[in-house]
Ligand binder design. Sequence first.
Ligand code: DHB
Ligand code: FE
Length: 279
Amino acid sequence: MAKIVGALTSSHIPSIGNAISSGKQNDAYWKAFFAGYVPVVEWLDAEKPDVAIVVYNDHGLNFFLNNLPTFAVGAAQEYMTKDEGWGLPLFPPYKGYPEFSWHLIESLVEQEFDIAMCQELVVDHAFINPMRLFWPGQNPPPIRTIPVSVNTVQYPLPRPSRCYALGKAIGAAVASWPGDEKVVIIGTGGMSHQLDGERAGFINRKFDELCLEALVSEPEILARYSILELVREAGAQGAEIIMWLIARGALTGKVSKIHSSYHVPISNTAAGVLALANQ
Ligand code: DHB
Ligand code: FE
């Protein structure tokens, strides 16, 4: 039986990719941000998970307004990287795990999540940047991946309660996979930010701190918010925190915090990372 060893959640801000590529990790602007990832990288080095389920939101690269699934699961041999306009470099494709993907898809549909299934999928900064932060210098990282894409581009967005339930269903699917792989679930996006409109630049430290605490021991608090309430509290793009809720929902054991870090701002965003162990 496969086991989820932990959940890692992280911001995915495009400029992180450019900072890594130009070696700015020790610049004054970036130093504290990158320092926040060191304990997570060390945990991954020690734990060495075999499979990463990466829950992220596509930003109009693979899916566009004319064809936009609420939830989509990748089932490809590999996932090509592309850039939807941030000037980010391209990398060799991420390694897939089609057999495990199909098990996940079958289990999710059986659990009444009518997800889209993708035998072709290109991944954007929301997938790539957290992977570069968690496995620095390793492109691709030494892990097989299963992308799960969530619509945060076009309304209606899935309710936080639905996202939390999806996470639980992913947890159940992993537990019923006969292989003995170690699985890490990654959720990307957030924390509070709003990129456009009257509140452009909006950041809410109080709400972000609530998220960082609630996700450890009482995720139901966040699952009770509506999307509109999340947008009010976290900003229009801060609603990306639903990816963190999905990742947390997949942890079914005794959950403990390995590490968290919070840094304001990176670009227009409150940048956060949280690592949880699942025993
Ligand atoms: C920024 C943050 C995001 O989550 C994103 O997808 C694009 C840009 C930013 O803060 O610049
Ligand atoms: Fe984003």
